[in-house]
Design a protein around this ligand. Structure first.
Ligand code: PAF
Length: 284
């Protein structure tokens, strides 16, 4: 495994691969890697010849500077995990490398996909994500790029950027890896105290309740959301940032429980913000 932090070195390695006709899989990350990230790596390894992981805690996507400061960093362990999982290159740039010119910043956005969910409660977040991901795509020139579906809105926003701007690559969504109690794996989970971790287990239980109540015939969307909210709020130190029902493609609010829906939530457990979602098919 090769670890590079300079753009020139990375470009040289990619040029060599491309001239040999190798396909490239790219897994962008912010580090503090866990089994969920390794699912991205494994998908890449089965679908492409070479796999690149980038590790970069991107400052432009944090609307709360405190969240940025507290974002867990665990580079030594990340590199070991990448090596063990057969990653070919880890790209580990610093902020100056990724943002050498702050005088003329660019801004990308896809307003329709960003108006709800995290885009509404974290202003500027997706602009930062699109900025860094577009740069990383140009630097790594992937054939396919892999994103976890826990960050469903991010997956949709990036897919739409690739489509709109004709980036020559495919975006692949990888299912969410979960802990044994169903909590979605996240780099932020390590910041939860034992008590908060217990509270966080209300999230997968809320999704189970959501499905059960739909199966039992509940179709009143307002009432349904209230039942789910009330369930979550039984958790001490849990605050709901949003609990929304949208269509899974354009991410617009649904007025009725019908067809395919995305139930998406963001909650704060103590100070830690957790997100999760489920696509649910509502039976007729
Ligand atoms: O999902 C993440 O970890 C980040 O948003 C990403 C895609 C690596 C961009 O910084």
């Amino acid at each position: 495994m090769i670890v590079v932090s300079k753009i020139d070195e990375l470009k040289k390695l990619i040029y060599d691969w491309k001239s040999q006709g190798q396909t490239i899989g790219f897994c962008p990350t912010m580090g503090s890697l866990h089994a969920g990230h390794m699912d991205l790596v494994q998908s890449s390894k089965t679908q492409t010849d070479k796999t690149i992981v980038s590790i970069f805690v991107n400052p432009t996507q944090f609307n709360d500077p405190k969240d940025f400061e507290k974002y867990p960093v665990n580079t030594e362990n990340d590199l070991l995990l990448c090596e063990k999982n057969g990653v070919d290159i880890v790209f580990l740039p610093d902020v100056k490398t990724m943002y050498p010119d702050t005088k003329t910043p660019i801004q990308l956005s896809i307003p329709k996909l960003q108006n709800h969910l995290c885009g509404r409660t974290r202003p500027g977040h997706f602009e930062g994500v699109l900025q860094i991901v577009a740069k990383l795509f140009h630097l790594t020139e992937p054939t396919k790029a892999f994103f976890g579906l826990k960050d469903y809105q991010q997956f949709r926003v990036i897919s739409a950027m690739v489509e709109n701007l004709n980036f020559p690559l495919d975006i692949v969504g990888v299912p969410t890896r979960r802990e044994t109690d169903g909590l979605a794996m996240s780099s932020r989970n390590v910041r939860l105290s034992t008590k908060e971790r217990e509270t966080a287990s209300l999230i997968p239980r809320m999704f189970a309740l959501a499905k059960k109540t739909i199966q039992a015939g509940e179709r009143d969307i307002k009432l349904w959301k209230e039942i789910l909210r009330d369930f979550l709020l039984t958790g001490s130190s849990l605050r709901i940032d949003y609990l929304e029902v949208v269509d899974p493609i354009e991410l617009q609010p649904k007025e009725k429980l019908e067809g395919e829906i995305l139930l998406a939530i963001a909650v704060f457990v103590g100070e830690v913000r957790l997100i999760d979602n489920q696509v649910i098919e509502i039976p007729n």
